[in-house]
Design a binder for this molecule. Structure first.
Ligand SMILES: Nc1ncnc2c1ncn2[C@@H]1O[C@H](COP(=O)(O)OP(=O)(O)O[C@H]2O[C@H](CO)[C@@H](O)[C@H](O)[C@H]2O)[C@@H](O)[C@H]1O
Length: 477
């Protein structure tokens, strides 16, 4: 099969979050399964600075009524996969991908609508005729619509899959702010009160919709879990499927991880204590081997459960624990965490930055990894934690529920601690339960670590599910 991904982030090239992990690992797994995979993505400033690629063909011109866009297509061969970049500096030669200093760019709707239109031109210009066009998140959500309404007729046979990585980001924009779409002959059906909801359009026009865990697929069909998209998704529920993300064990493996001061594996966890010591030193915390260390690495947003964590920090610090948080995002959360770290230098460290080195060190050096998410489509860090023998403490939502087993539910299979109540009290009670287990059951704690390290959520398995879906779509033609 020839499969083209349209996606905004690919790890190693550009990353703001989990989308990038998938943008790297899934194409590679599909390629490994013997398929022809290409990727179309924007030529962001940081990529242009890294690669300085030549144009793949003559300059392209896209017309949208009175608007004319001249752009270049650049090409990179990356791990045997061709990546095609849409180079339009006015939209992508910027410091951030979607925002500067946490303020979304006002023209994001226009930037990514143009990117969707330009992606079709890339396929035309380079004669790429995919069997499957796989789009990801709101940035590429207008592509299935543009494909279905494309007047050239070149791509009417191409089947589209739209994967929702996070339904909270919907790309809601005023039509009048999107010159690229404003005069599209079919756009009016997508406009409600002057606004377009791009995620909604993707859901309506894609041949199949997937999301990144079976449980989040179920949640998306409920009023509470659908971020307001309930009706649309229920209408398409027979075309909606949840496929669990994987963990890239080549990148997240404590036995080979080059970021760690010492490597370890499931048979010999002893060196993990040196990783803990390194994490304490690097984070400015006192070196206390026996004090349980909790870690967290994430975008600093409400989604990640700061509404539950911030109110209990005082009570948490009454215990003999240390906490390290690595993240960037909401300036208010940053300020609160920064102040808290200043007031509790022996127990709490806040690293306000995006650092793979620190992320890997937290996965290896912490005893517990916190993910008290409000909602979590899949979550990757809990899988990384399991691989590193770091016990996840998670809320029973989305993919966290699919991947972490609590001793209360199945003592012989337990891999972490899970709570349900969406409240600070729920989180605090769960952390206390985890700490008690750490102190009172050291043997069972070690067994739990080893069980997690032996658990496998592979991208090969995810790729098999996607391939079965693609094949089903092609058979239905
Ligand atoms: N400050 C920092 N420094 C270094 N690394 C950092 C970092 N902050 C985050 N990361 C890294 O970014 C990734 C975050 O992945 P997640 O899946 O946890 O969240 P995200 O919400 O971005 O993704 C969305 O898409 C993914 C992919 O489908 C879903 O799993 C998820 O539920 C959904 O919300 C991890 O690799 C993490 O280590």
């Amino acid at each position: 099969m020839k499969i083209i991904f349209a996606i905004s982030e690919v790890e190693e090239l550009v990353k703001t979050g989990g989308l990038a992990d998938v943008g790297k690992a899934l194409p590679l797994a599909l390629k490994e399964a013997g398929h022809d995979v290409g990727i179309i993505m924007p030529y962001y400033r940081s990529i242009a600075q890294q690669f300085k690629l030549a144009s793949a063909c003559t300059q392209q011109t896209l017309f949208a009524e009175s608007n004319v866009y001249h752009f270049d297509i650049r090409q990179l061969s990356w791990n045997d996969i061709d990546i095609y970049f849409v180079d339009y500096p006015a939209y992508f030669d910027r410091d951030g991908l979607y925002s500067s200093t946490y303020e979304a760019f006002p023209d994001n709707g226009e930037r990514f609508s143009f990117f969707c239109g330009a992606s079709i031109m890339v396929m035309q210009a380079l004669a790429l005729q995919p069997d499957i066009l796989h789009c990801h998140d709101w940035h590429t959500a207008m592509l299935p619509f543009l494909l279905k309404t494309d007047r050239s007729g070149d791509f009417t046979d191409v089947k589209s899959v739209f994967t929702i990585h996070n339904a909270a980001f919907q790309g809601v924009n005023k039509l009048e702010d999107i010159p690229y779409l404003r005069h599209h002959p079919a756009i009016l059906s997508q406009v409600h009160g002057g606004y377009i909801n791009m995620l909604q359009t993707g859901i309506e026009f894609a041949d199949k919709i997937t999301t990144v865990s079976p449980n989040y697929a179920q949640e998306l069909l409920t009023d509470l879990g659908s971020h307001g998209l309930h009706d649309r998704l229920v209408t398409r529920q027979h075309d909606l499927v949840g496929i669990l993300n994987g963990c890239d064990y080549t990148q997240w493996n404590p036995a080979t991880d080059a970021f760690l001061p010492e490597n370890y594996d499931v048979e010999n966890l002893h060196p993990k204590r040196h990783c803990k010591q390194a994490l304490q030193l690097k984070s400015g915390l006192p070196d206390k081997p026996a004090t349980p260390l909790l870690g967290m690495v994430c975008r600093l947003t409400e989604q990640k459960g700061f509404g539950y964590l911030l109110p209990i920090l005082d009570e948490l610090m009454d215990h003999n624990v240390q906490l390290v948080i690595v993240g960037t995002g909401d300036p208010e959360v940053c300020m609160d965490l920064g102040e808290y770290a200043q007031n509790h230098p022996d127990q709490f460290a806040f690293i306000n930055g995006f650092s793979s080195e620190h992320a890997h060190l937290v996965e290896a050096g912490a005893d517990f990894f916190l993910m008290p998410s409000q909602f979590e489509p899949c979550g990757l860090n809990q899988m990384y934690s399991l691989a590193y023998g770091t016990i996840p403490v998670v809320r029973a939502v989305g993919g966290l529920k699919d991947t972490v087993i609590d001793p209360k539910d199945a003592p012989a299979q337990a891999s972490g601690f899970v709570f349900t109540l969406p409240s600070p009290e729920g989180l605090l009670a769960c952390i206390r339960r985890a700490l008690l287990f750490y102190y009172e059951h050291p043997v069972r704690f070690r067994e739990m670590q080893q069980r997690g390290m032996r658990t496998r959520f592979t991208w090969q398995s995810a790729a098999k599910h996607y391939l079965a879906l693609y094949q089903q779509m092609l058979a239905e033609q």
